[in-house]
Design a protein around this ligand. Structure first.
Ligand SMILES: [Zn+2]
Length: 73
């Protein structure tokens, strides 16, 4: 869910609000003013970490069939 950080235009108080929709009324907790400037929005974004997908061992080749035991010639 988006968390917006506001700065009150009247008293300069910084506060955060979780905003579920655009109609959510946000007022300053300090002076109760409705005038504010949105500073930034913080999303709980997952870090784009690289997946450690190692272990690309090649398929075992040779041996088995055509090794002379199955007689594919
Ligand atoms: Zn204020």
């Amino acid at each position: 869910m988006p968390i917006y950080e506001y700065v009150c235009d009247d008293c300069g108080e910084h506060y955060e609000r979780i905003v579920f929709n655009q109609k959510t009324e946000v007022t300053c907790p300090k002076c109760d003013s409705g005038k504010h400037t949105i500073q930034l929005s913080v999303f709980a974004a997952p870090a784009n970490g690289a997946k450690a997908s190692g272990g690309g061992s090649p398929a075992p080749s040779g041996g088995g069939c055509c090794g002379g035991s199955c007689g594919c010639h």
